[in-house]
Design a protein around this ligand. Structure first.
Ligand code: SF4
Length: 407
């Protein structure tokens, strides 16, 4: 897998309704008059002021729910984004099946979107209701057909597993329904209960019992085996793809490439430094009004907001990792750049290239660690093969525990 040089991430901070498990930053647009119009205008200012050198090969519109934007705003937004990214080859838009129409599918295609990430999550209406999703199961297939009809064939579908036993018997039925739709890319995330979300409150109130870790691990292993049998390559902890259909944009994150994020709560890694915006509309608005693309250096942002999801030490939706074995304990919350490189690269099943680490940072494993890597190898969590350090099969499900040792 050869990652592209750089990518643009656009955070669209609106959802028609918050899902019960979600702690991503987004607002319900009706709560703020003229929110969409203000957003599009400010985003235009950000795009116009990006560094001249920045010439991304990938674009990713995420959020939030980009497909929840009204048709004219979506059209205008895509136009301004894609006129700033003339050399982008992979242009992904996240779509909620409950918000897609034939007209929006056509707008995506006409603008140049060539990859869609569809938040399917489950094919069971009861589970979708438990998760607080706005869509019904039958709308997932409808959305795939609308996109295919427009010639957008590179589809990625998200699935959530690890649901409470009172809600689901396991992911098998969902997997079969998903495989029938034959997407090129599949992301599977274990349900996590993030503090502050309605699902977390219901859990605290003992309204349901969560799935035990052993069963959740068995579900993860079953998903891996079924998708492998269906011809998918497991290339990242939570991600599976047909050969050549790995998400090029996300590969930038995992291989230490440059990316610039625009929109509230978006993060950037540009020329060796990390930046971000707070998870808050007014702060983003104020900074962009003052200076276009004007994020806060990460050191300052640490005082204002949590670390970006890809650097979190704790469990996140994007990670199947669960509880740590007793001998693995979180030691650090903020990484130095070399350690960050290692931890992000370990998310890939092929592991992290040590020669690339040396080339990019001038550092070796010996410079970065004081026996931690050897200890994890001894525990059967890591394996060193030639130029690559990778997680063992045993460690995939408890990856966050391993990462907390290495960050
Ligand atoms: S999971 Fe997606 S659609 Fe649901 S609230 Fe979060 S960002 Fe919006």
């Amino acid at each position: 897998m050869t990652p592209p040089a750089s990518g643009l991430y656009v955070h669209v901070p609106f959802c028609l309704r918050k899902c019960a498990y979600c702690d991503f930053y987004s607002e319900v647009p009706s709560a703020r008059p003229d929110a969409e119009r203000d957003y599009a205008e400010l985003l235009g200012r950000e795009l116009a002021s990006l560094p001249e050198l920045f010439d991304p090969e990938t674009v990713y519109l995420g959020g939030g729910t980009p497909s929840a934007l009204s048709l004219p705003v979506l059209q205008a937004l895509l136009k301004s984004i894609l006129s700033r990214t003339p050399h982008a080859e992979e242009i992904t838009c996240e779509v909620n099946p409950g918000t897609l129409t034939k007209e929006k599918a056509k707008v995506l295609r006409d603008a140049g979107v060539n990859r869609v990430s569809l938040g399917a999550q489950s094919f069971d209406d009861r589970t979708l209701a438990f998760l607080g999703r706005i869509h019904r199961a039958e709308e997932i297939g409808d959305a795939c057909r609308m996109l295919h009809h427009q010639g957008i064939d590179n589809l990625s579908l998200d699935l959530i597993y690890g649901l409470p036993p009172s809600i689901s018997h396991g992911p098998e039925d969902d997997l079969e329904r998903l495989i029938e739709l034959a997407p090129d890319h599949i992301s599977c995330y274990a349900l996590t209960y993030e503090p502050g979300t309605p699902l977390h409150r219901d859990l605290e109130d003992e309204r349901f019992r969560p799935l035990d870790d052993e069963t959740c691990r068995n579900q993860y292993d079953a998903i891996r085996a079924r998708l492998k049998a269906a011809g998918y390559i497991h290339y990242e902890l939570s991600n599976f793809a047909r050969p050549g259909r790995e998400c090029r944009h996300n590969l930038i994150y995992w291989t230490g490439g440059d990316y610039i994020g625009v929109g509230p709560a978006a993060h950037s890694y540009w020329q060796g430094r990390r930046y971000g915006y707070p998870r808050e509309w007014t702060a983003w608005h104020g900074r962009v009004e003052c200076g276009g693309w004007n994020p806060v250096a990460e050191e300052e942002l640490d005082e204002m907001a949590p670390a970006p999801a890809e650097l979190k030490c704790q469990k996140s939706r994007a990670d199947p990792g669960r509880d740590a074995p007793a001998e693995l304990k979180c030691q650090k919350s903020r990484a130095d750049p070399g350690r960050e490189w290692v931890v992000l690269g370990l998310r890939l099943l092929e592991g992290v290239s040590l020669s690339a680490l040396r080339e990019r940072t001038g550092l070796s494993l010996e410079d970065l660690y004081d026996g931690e890597v050897e200890r994890l190898i001894g525990l059967g969590m890591l394996v060193l093969e030639g130029d690559r350090l990778r997680l063992t099969e045993e460690a995939l499900f408890i990856s966050n525990a391993v990462f907390s040792e290495l960050i």
